[in-house]
Design a protein around this ligand. Structure first.
Ligand code: MN
Length: 176
């Protein structure tokens, strides 16, 4: 529609890209928790504060959507960043067993459990079993960057008995 006028000087490359982004498609699932046509990527570009996670963008990388649907997989012993941000998350457990710190709470995450992490709430996902822990995570396409917690916030969480055993951070070893 952007090229309706013959004098249009719009970029053909980008309009072709828009057309491709709007095409319906299927990514076929494999039992090893990969999807045909979906790249396995690093969890984050920067190192530190996380361990043993991969990321697959199931929708939002090349689809015309206002949200991103990602699949994260946490290896045994692995964990995501302990972080907070203005955007919210919806997490759905799909593989193995996990545990999630959400504010002052700590919940088990099993198959098809749904976790809503509200804006600004500190959170971390941890593998709680011997198998890979995989979860879907839905976010806004346009969102703020995560911030690490302050050392005071981390110390407060460490004093919480429900959390101190599983919290992972750069500030020393977890309690056990
Ligand atoms: Mn997050």
């Amino acid at each position: 529609m952007a090229c309706a006028q013959s004098s249009c000087d719009c970029d053909v490359g980008s309009s072709e890209m828009e057309r491709l982004r709007a095409e319906s498609r299927k990514y076929t699932f494999s039992p090893d928790f990969t999807w045909d046509g979906v790249r396995v990527e690093r969890y984050k570009s920067e190192n530190g504060g996380w361990s043993g996670i991969s990321r697959m963008i199931l929708a939002g990388y090349s689809e015309k959507v206002a949200f991103h649907l990602r699949y994260f997989e946490v290896a045994p012993g692995g964990y995501s960043s302990l972080e907070k941000h203005v955007h919210s998350h919806v997490v759905v457990g799909v593989r193995g067993k996990g545990r999630v710190i959400v504010g002052e709470e700590c919940w088990d995450v099993g198959f098809m459990d749904v976790i809503y992490i509200s804006p600004g709430t500190p959170h971390q996902l941890v593998n709680a079993g011997p198998e890979p822990f995989g979860f879907l995570c839905l976010v806004d396409a346009e969102r703020d960057r995560p911030s690490p917690l302050t050392s005071e916030e981390i110390e407060r969480l460490r004093r919480n008995p429900a959390i101190c055993r599983i919290i992972q951070s750069g500030l020393g070893e977890p309690a056990g």
